[in-house]
Ligand binder design. Structure first.
Ligand code: MG
Length: 385
C-alpha cells in the first residue's frame, strides 16, 4: 500500500496521495483566469456550481417521486447533497482531493430533466432525429455553455478534472465531437479517482435512499425486502439488538448500516487495487483499470438490490402512472415548440434560430417539475377567470 495513504490521518485534512488529482497536473480551465487565493481551483469550481441557477433548480426536480407527492422524499437536490457527503467521506479516507470530489458530486445531476428518468427518456426520444439527449452530456452543457453568470465567458469555465468527472458516460459519436474531454471514451482510459469515487457514491446514495423513500411511500414493504440480502442482514441484526424498535427507526438504522457496509467494502477493495497498481501519479490512474469498485463478494449483493428496486419500485404502477403523465407533458411541450417556435419565450426562440431543436431541448431540460407542469398548462389549457 502506498505510504502516502498511511500518511493521511483518519479524518485528517490536507494530506493528499500522490495519485490524487491536482490542477497543475491537468489541463486547467478553457479560459485562463487569475487564481482566487486562498481558495484552491477545485474549491472555486465547487463554489461556482453551488451559485449556479441549475443547482438551485435541483430542489424542484424529481429523483423518483415527483416533488409535490410529499415533502420528505428525496429531490435531485437532497440526492445530490447525499452523494457529495458519501463521496467526500470516501475521498478523505483515500487521501484524494475532497474539493474536486465535492464539485463533481454537486454538479453530477445538473443536466437532468424534470420528472427523473421518465423525463430524460422522453426528451431523448423527442430529440432522436436531432442528436438525442443524454443527461451527462447535458450536465456538461450546463457548466460549459448554458449558465450565463460571467462577463467574460459563457458557462462556469470549470477545470478539466471537474468537467471530466461530470461526463460519466458518453456515446462514441458524441465523444468525438467533444475533443479532449471525450478522448477517454474513444481510447478506453479512466477518469481521476475523484471522478470514480463520485460515480460510485451516486450509486450508494440512490440504492439506499430509494429503499427509504419506497418504504415511506408504501410502494415496497419490509416483508418484500426480506428477499434482499443487503437489507435483510442488517435488519435482522438491528431487530435482535433492539427487539422493541419501531419500524421507522429500524428502517433508518438498517439503511445507515447498509451505507456503512457499502462504503467500507468500497474502501477495502479500492485500497487493494491501489496497492496492486501502485499509481505514482494521476496519469497512472488514467491509464490503468478502474480502481474504485466494490469487492467481488459485494457486487452480486448490490445487483440483487438493483433488481429488487427495478421490479418493485421503479415499475410500481403508481410510479409508472406518474412517469406516463410526465412523458406526456415533455413530449407535448417539445412537439408544440418544434411545430411553432413563436410559442417560445424570446431568448429561447432566438436560440432555435441559431442552433435548431437543441435550443428547445435545453429549455425543457432546464425546467423544474412544477415549471414544466405550469408551462404545459399555459400552452394547452384556458384557466377560467
Ligand atoms: Mg445522481
Amino acid at each position: 500500500m502506498s505510504s502516502d495513504l498511511h500518511a493521511a490521518p483518519d479524518g485528517g485534512l490536507g494530506a493528499r496521495a500522490a495519485y490524487a488529482a491536482s490542477v497543475g497536473a491537468q489541463r486547467g480551465r478553457r479560459i485562463a483566469e487569475a487564481p482566487a487565493l486562498p481558495r484552491s481551483e477545485f474549491q472555486r469550481d465547487r463554489d461556482r456550481i453551488v451559485h449556479s441557477t441549475a443547482f438551485r433548480r435541483l430542489e424542484y426536480k424529481t429523483q423518483v417521486f415527483v416533488n409535490h407527492e410529499g415533502d420528505l422524499f428525496r429531490t435531485r437536490l437532497t440526492h445530490t447533497i447525499e452523494v457529495a457527503q458519501i463521496a467526500r467521506s470516501i475521498a478523505r479516507r483515500l487521501a484524494l482531493d475532497e474539493d474536486l470530489v465535492e464539485a463533481i458530486a454537486l454538479a453530477h445531476d445538473l443536466g437532468h430533466t424534470p420528472f427523473g428518468h421518465a423525463g430524460q427518456d422522453t426528451l431523448n426520444e423527442c430529440m432522436k432525429d436531432h442528436g438525442g439527449f443524454e443527461h451527462n452530456l447535458q450536465s456538461l452543457r450546463v457548466v460549459d455553455e448554458l449558465e450565463h453568470r460571467y462577463a467574460a465567458f459563457d458557462g462556469l469555465n470549470l477545470c478539466f478534472d471537474t468537467r471530466e468527472g461530470i461526463l460519466k458516460h458518453c456515446a462514441r459519436e458524441n465523444a468525438r465531437a467533444l475533443g479532449e474531454i471525450g478522448e477517454r471514451f474513444l481510447t478506453g482510459g479512466q477518469p481521476s479517482l475523484e471522478a470514480q469515487v463520485a460515480n460510485l457514491a451516486d450509486e450508494i446514495a440512490y440504492n439506499n435512499h430509494d429503499v427509504d423513500d419506497g418504504l415511506r411511500a408504501g410502494l415496497i414493504t419490509l416483508l418484500q425486502l426480506e428477499e434482499v440480502d443487503l437489507f435483510q442482514v442488517h435488519a435482522t441484526q438491528v431487530r435482535s439488538a433492539y427487539p422493541e424498535i419501531q419500524d421507522r427507526r429500524m428502517i433508518h438504522e438498517t439503511v445507515r448500516r447498509m451505507i456503512d457496509e457499502l462504503v467500507g467494502d468500497l474502501l477495502a477493495e479500492t485500497r487493494r487495487r491501489i496497492a496492486r497498481l501502485r499509481p505514482a501519479a494521476v496519469a497512472d490512474v488514467r491509464a490503468g483499470p478502474p480502481l474504485v469498485a466494490f469487492s467481488e463478494a459485494m457486487r452480486p449483493r448490490v445487483a440483487q438490490l438493483r433488481r429488487f428496486l427495478h421490479a418493485n419500485l421503479y415499475r410500481h404502477y403508481q410510479v409508472v402512472r406518474m412517469s406516463a403523465k410526465s412523458a406526456r407533458v415533455i413530449s407535448e411541450l417539445f412537439a408544440a415548440f418544434l411545430a411553432d417556435e413563436r410559442l417560445l419565450p424570446d431568448e429561447h426562440r432566438d436560440r432555435v434560430g441559431a442552433i435548431g431543436p437543441r435550443a428547445i431541448s435545453d429549455y425543457i431540460a432546464g425546467m423544474t417539475d412544477r415549471y414544466a407542469i405550469g408551462e404545459h398548462r399555459r400552452l394547452f389549457a384556458f384557466d377560467a377567470p
